[in-house]
Design a binder for this molecule. Sequence first.
Ligand SMILES: [Zn+2]
Length: 247
Amino acid sequence: MYLAAVLLILQAPSLDRAEQRIRNTIGAAREAQIGYLQRVVDIPSSTLNLEGVRKVGAVFRASLDSLGFTTSWVAVPDAVGRAGHLVAEHHGKPGSVRLLLIGHLDTVVEPAGASFVREDSSARGIGAADMKVILYALKALQAAGALRDLNITIVFTGDEEHPGEPLADARRALVEAAQHSDVALAFEAGNRSDATVARRGTSAWRVIATGRPAHSAGVFGDAAGYDIDSRGEPEPIDAVGDAIPLG
Ligand SMILES: [Zn+2]
């Protein structure tokens, strides 16, 4: 019995006091988090509903202001045709790691009326699991006294899957934030047990190939003389999200 108790102690996760406080704050705020989530999910905010996306941004902005962040609404040029982005900065200990937290405000598609539905122990809604947990994570860090020293930039984009053109204008705020950060965490929902620690992207290439015509049986022989022209230019790269789950 004694041995069993010792083993249990050894196997218990060893959270330090700040981590315990973070965990307890999150647990105690369960209903508040769900209420907040419902409030923002029920704001119709598909990507092209610019007014709705800005409304969600205003809710998040007020929350981040209350946590001591310096917030700004970064508009995109009218020609881009999107709502813009919410950018928030928290200055902590000089010289320490600079974190970039990425989320998005838009729900991509539009719900028909109120979206958030709770059934028993689960809930569903358009965009309900979509990168909206950052705020309560930050509140828990603040409650544990762990937010004060952190250097954090948050970019909530307003155009997750469907940015306007030109892309350089649509993504400027995010790119600039990345350029002055050391680590980026994207809060896109994955599954419950994995964290993603690497980045996946796509790039399209225009490849110029030259060769001599030859009989099909010999296309891979020397006679055909295929050659890839190294002057082929890459098309613009468009990152599509994260990969490599770590269990
Ligand atoms: Zn998303």
